[in-house]
Design a protein around this ligand. Structure first.
Ligand code: FNR
Length: 346
């Protein structure tokens, strides 16, 4: 169907399901365990209702925001999702280009199908990127990656902290099993487009703890964002550790099943920070299940500064390429309030 007939994120999802290979669909769409958290990520937004105030002048609306000092046309960013070439032959550079023309931030994944060099090369001069880091068991390798990312000009380092072990994603495991794929965990070197979730586990250090943030911080001058905070107590620890921003996230329902939704945890986090007089200590972002402008609004109203979207970008990229991703970014938004111009972006 023509792109103009795509009205919402769910339209992209149904087309992606048709065009993706069964293993790509399984890897992108699956959650862990019984997928209770995956469903809850959506239900939690649906349980929150609006209290509209009327007779407010909304003729001019500015959706732009600064995230750790970096301008973004909208309070959304493209979160890190591994293995982009499962969905599109060019992989994550498709997301880079669309983020550039639409003026939003792309989080570059450690486990992308494209190299960080390719993703940085694909960006526009003023375009901002963050680098998502999985801390490798080999510390020297991790230090090299951080310093490389800094040299390449990324604006922040996002450390994913909710995957000390990879979640059991049974849909993904079954497809692999049925296809009789080679056991990538047993192979020495990983072809990054093969083997999906199980292959990834090897690259993540299960010993990572709060103490490690000190040496991670010392490796570069980049602001640090922790991705995967899931309670008020840990948000307070992050603020006390001098972290610049947190992302409340359950990894899109792909890690510990029956974890709470980010939007529910958000309310606990803002209260805990307030209670510890740390409410201005860090910026708060959330991700998981955001599919509508109203979801974004609810997150912001409850105290988030921005939200990340994962699967919707993969589905738009897989079905329509760059144009699809660009369409997704402005979907449901009035073009008049799309303010790339005010950001002096092309
Ligand atoms: C992810 N996510 C993720 N997060 C991360 O820090 N590093 C990674 O490599 C990946 N890889 C990844 C692959 C796929 C296919 C998905 C769907 C997700 C998690 C991601 O950043 C984010 O937390 C969720 O995707 C947000 O939920 P929604 O928007 O997909 O509902």
């Amino acid at each position: 169907p023509p792109l103009s007939s795509i009205l919402n994120t769910f339209d992209f999802e149904s087309i992606a399901k048709e065009v993706l290979s069964p293993d790509a669909w399984a890897y992108y769409s699956s959650g862990s365990g019984d997928e209770i958290t995956l469903q809850e990520n959506h239900q939690a937004f649906n349980r929150i209702f609006m209290k509209p105030r009327v007779l407010v002048n909304v003729k001019k609306v500015d959706t732009s925001v600064e995230l750790l000092g970096t301008a973004s046309a909208l309070p959304i960013y493209i979160t890190a999702t591994a293995l982009g070439k499962l969905g599109h032959p060019e992989g994550e550079v498709v997301l880079t280009r669309a983020a550039g023309t639409r003026g939003i931030i792309q989080m570059i994944p450690t486990l992308a199908s494209c190299s960080i060099d390719e993703m940085v090369a694909a960006k526009l001069p003023q375009q901002a990127q963050w680098f998502q880091l999985y801390v490798n068991p080999n510390r020297n390798l991790t230090i090299d990656i951080i310093q490389k990312a800094e040299k390449l000009g990324v604006k922040a380092l996002v450390v994913t902290i909710d995957a000390p072990q990879l979640g059991r994603r049974e849909k993904d495991m079954r497809v692999k099993f049925e296809n009789d794929a080679p056991d990538v965990q047993a192979t020495e070197s990983l072809s990054r487009n093969e083997g999906a979730a199980r292959a990834i586990a090897h690259f993540i250090d299960p010993s990572l703890s709060w103490d490690d943030l000190k040496w991670i911080k010392a490796c570069s001058n980049l602001p640090l964002i922790l991705k995967g905070i899931q309670c008020g107590e840990d948000a307070v620890l992050a603020a006390q550790a001098g972290i610049e921003a947190i992302i409340i996230s359950n990894h899109g329902g792909r890690q510990l099943d029956t974890s709470r939704s980010a939007v529910e945890v958000l309310q606990e986090v803002t209260q805990a920070l307030k209670h510890s007089k740390l409410e201005n200590a860090l910026e708060i972002y959330i991700d998981g299940g955001i599919r509508r402008g109203t979801d974004i609004f609810k997150a912001l109203a409850l105290g988030a500064k921005a939200v990340g979207l994962g699967r919707p970008f993969l589905y738009a990229m897989s079905s329509y390429g760059q144009r699809g991703v660009e369409h997704l970014i402005v979907i449901g938004l009035n073009d008049r309030i799309y303010c790339a111009k005010s950001l002096k972006l092309p």
